[in-house]
Ligand binder design. Sequence first.
Ligand SMILES: [Zn+2]
Length: 274
Amino acid sequence: MKLYVSADMEGVAGVTAWQQVDARTPHAEYATYRRYYTQEVRAAIDGARDATPCEVLVNDSHGPMHNLLFDELPDDVRVIFGNRKPLSMVQNAEAGYDGAFFIGYHGAVGDRDAVLCHTYTPSVVYDVSVNGIACSEATINAGLLGFYGVPLLLVTGDRTTVEAVQAQMPWVRGVIVKESIGAFAANSLSPQAAQRLIRAAAHDAVAATGAKPYVFSPPLVLELTLVTAAQADLVATIPGFDRTGGRSVRFQHDAFPVLFRAFVAAWRMGALAN
Ligand SMILES: [Zn+2]
């Protein structure tokens, strides 16, 4: 099968602080946690391959998006590294995958008991929904994959993240690697225990039937609330966005990839107001 892996870092076992996942101004702990991150991705790939031969693409989807230790992954795996990808955390979603894994994912902005929760850019995105459905990164990313017919099979992260995904996509297998206690603390499995569970769940996720693409039905409406009115001023200049309030904008389109790109453009543009 062709497997797509979107990997984030806040939902990796043990992670509870921004310094642990900050590649730009690396703290000593970053070196440790990027290794755990890589090992969780590796566990997911190994588990999928326990079930069936897999051609694998991994999209490094955290921060500046160059965190994975390439030589600790199987040597036939391809990895997308780097930032400013048009489709960001789901770049290449359109390339004919049979299923997807979200590894190390985290809660949406505003979630309770969700370590390091945010949605794309914490300083810009206050709230986002599509057709009235509240969106985490997992939700909107699964929506783009779903548009291309790719079902989400597995999500790993804290309990809040996994349960939120399963509430929207009941067919998705989940591995809860930690129980968040607020935004900056968690009761976590050890890295090794988390990786064992991820490997087993990845096997089961690939072997199972019944997963389906997560599809938003047109007409599509993106409702976005920014953190500041200054950000909304800038985002509202993007053609297609309507200003709906001091800090809020709306974008309507029938094609999900257009809506997704509009969302990416909005949080990138909004960051320029900071
Ligand atoms: Zn991240």
